[in-house]
Design a protein around this ligand. Structure first.
Ligand code: CP
Length: 331
């Protein structure tokens, strides 16, 4: 355990130099040590959440956080809400289905409306890649990307990295297979960026129709054979088939997909005996992953990923609001 991921806090540059960004729009903007800075901050929240002590922290008291979700969510929306409230902020959720978006209001007009309400941070999920950056460029407060189209889902990648680090003792030098519908997955994209940046061997395992072009530019190896792709992997990360983003026939059938790419106990034998299995959720049980694996607490990290999501989002909200809170060194 060395270098970028496991390092004492005293090694980071002081104050705001440790994390220079006003927004969190993607992993692509981060350095390895900015990632580990967030992971280390989140690690403290894991312990405090478990002990109940985090509920008594009110460092974000007086701040208003708006969660503006233009797409459905369970984990990300609720964990951002819990994270904000646990730190003492007022958290308001805007559900697009009940908003003036339904009356034809544009994204920019919606963003300017939220800005006029003087939010202290805005968390956005949107179906269009780049929508979050568009809003970040228009508003006065930090913007956090909760998933935009096929582009990025940075807090998911951070919580996945934290989960791996806790389970494997490190998040570097590992062989990590990301399997399934990579083409439509912002989770895959953010994870590829984060996990390669931290020094892991990342493999993509997907049918040709669900493999994005030019993946070698992202420093990954691609496989179309699942058994080969997960061979000797330390981490097998399964992805959901994102039917809502498919505008054509990418697969013959869910049954055939399961036969070729579903994670079964037999297939998992190809990975290392102590390999962990991850899934960002929501899962299609019996399609990309068998229930016997998803519910195996020794192999599956799925509920731990959800737990890490709260801690990572607490860390992100804390770090990104330090400038407006006037935390010394963060100007
Ligand atoms: N992993 C994830 O983004 O889940 P939700 O869609 O439930 O937020």
């Amino acid at each position: 355990m060395t270098s970028s991921t496991i390092r004492p806090a005293s090694d980071y540059p002081p104050g705001g130099d440790a994390f220079r960004h006003r927004h969190l729009t993607g992993i692509a903007q981060l350095t390895p040590w900015e990632i580990s800075y967030v992971l280390d901050a989140a690690e403290e929240w894991v312990d405090l959440n478990r002990s109940g002590a985090a509920k008594h922290d009110d460092r974000l008291a007086g701040l208003t956080i708006i969660n503006a979700f233009f797409e459905n969510s369970t984990r990300t929306l609720l964990s951002f809400e819990i994270a904000g409230k646990r730190l003492g902020a007022d958290v308001v959720n805007m559900h697009a289905a009940q908003s003036s978006v339904k009356k034809g209001e544009t994204l920019i007009d919606t963003a300017m409306t939220l800005n006029a309400m003087r939010a202290d941070a805005i968390v956005i999920r949107h179906a269009s890649s780049g929508a979050v950056q568009l809003i970040a460029d228009k508003v006065d407060c930090p913007v956090l990307n909760a998933g935009d189209g096929r582009h990025e889902h940075p807090t998911q990648a951070l919580l996945d990295a934290l989960t791996i680090r806790r389970r494997k003792g490190r998040v570097e030098g590992l062989t990590i297979a990301i399997c399934g519908d990579v083409l439509h997955s912002r989770v895959a994209r953010s994870n590829i960026l984060a996990l390669t940046l931290l020094g892991n061997e990342v493999r993509i395992v997907a049918p040709p129709t669900l493999t994005p072009p030019a993946m070698e530019r992202m420093h990954v190896t691609t496989f179309t054979d699942m058994d080969e792709g997960i061979k000797d992997a330390d981490v097998v990360m399964m992805l959901r088939l994102q039917n809502e983003r498919m505008d054509g026939a990418y697969l013959p059938s869910a049954r055939e997909y399961h036969a070729l790419y579903g994670l079964t106990p037999k297939r998992l034998e190809q990975a290392k005996p102590d390999a962990i299995v991850m899934h960002p959720g929501p899962m299609n049980r019996g399609v990309e992953i068998d229930s016997s694996i998803a519910d195996d607490a020794d192999r599956s990290t799925i509920t731990e990923q959800v737990e890490m999501g709260v801690a990572v989002r607490m860390a992100c909200l804390d770090i990104l609001t330090r400038r407006q809170r006037g935390v010394p060194g963060w100007n």
